[in-house]
Design a protein around this ligand. Structure first.
Ligand code: ZN
Ligand code: ZN
Length: 171
């Protein structure tokens, strides 16, 4: 999703609001999210504006979407929403390529979907819990411990198992 900002670049206006939405396209880097178990259920909406402040160009925007994911501990399916606000400087060429705070224009346009993808990669919550107190799955039998104990607690730590074996010799 490219936004034409030539009216800002030419000085015709100093504020250029926009409100766009687009599919999270795998080719643009959104494929990483699928690998992380994040499944976008909605388009990504981006609202914001480009500004020209006496030749200094910037972008302020808020991107939001909703998605399905699994609890990092018990694998329960969850539906979540995510919103992220960011600010960038806009330049038509970069003097210092290391500077991540700048977004470059290409042919008078800014590629907002690629930019939001970068922002999401840095800010998306990757380990989410169904509940802060989620007890997770038993590493031994796989039972969801939120539904009750499974009976194999205490045997899961190999150091404890060793100690128990040692102690049993003195029984
Ligand atoms: Zn959980
Ligand atoms: Zn168990």
């Amino acid at each position: 999703m490219r936004i034409d900002i030539s009216r800002i670049l030419s000085g015709e206006t100093d504020t250029l609001p926009f409100d766009v939405s687009f599919e999270a396209c795998e080719d643009e880097g959104y494929g990483y999210f699928a690998e992380w178990g994040i499944d976008f259920t909605d388009k990504i909406s981006v609202k914001g504006a480009f500004y020209n402040n006496g030749g200094y160009m910037s972008l302020q925007a808020t991107a939001s979407t909703s998605y399905d994911t699994l609890c990092a501990r018990c694998l329960k399916a969850m539906h979540k929403t995510f919103e992220h606000s960011f600010e960038k400087s806009v330049a038509s060429e970069l003097t210092n390529e290391e500077n991540d705070d700048f977004v470059l224009t290409e042919g008078g346009c800014v590629d907002v979907s690629a930019l939001v993808c970068e922002e999401f990669l840095l800010s998306f919550p990757l380990k989410e819990l169904c509940d802060e107190l989620c007890k997770g799955l038993c590493p031994k039998c796989g039972k969801n411990l939120n539904g009750g104990e499974c009976g194999c607690q205490g045997d899961t730590d190999p150091r404890m198992a060793k100690l128990k074996a040692l102690l049993s010799e003195y029984d």
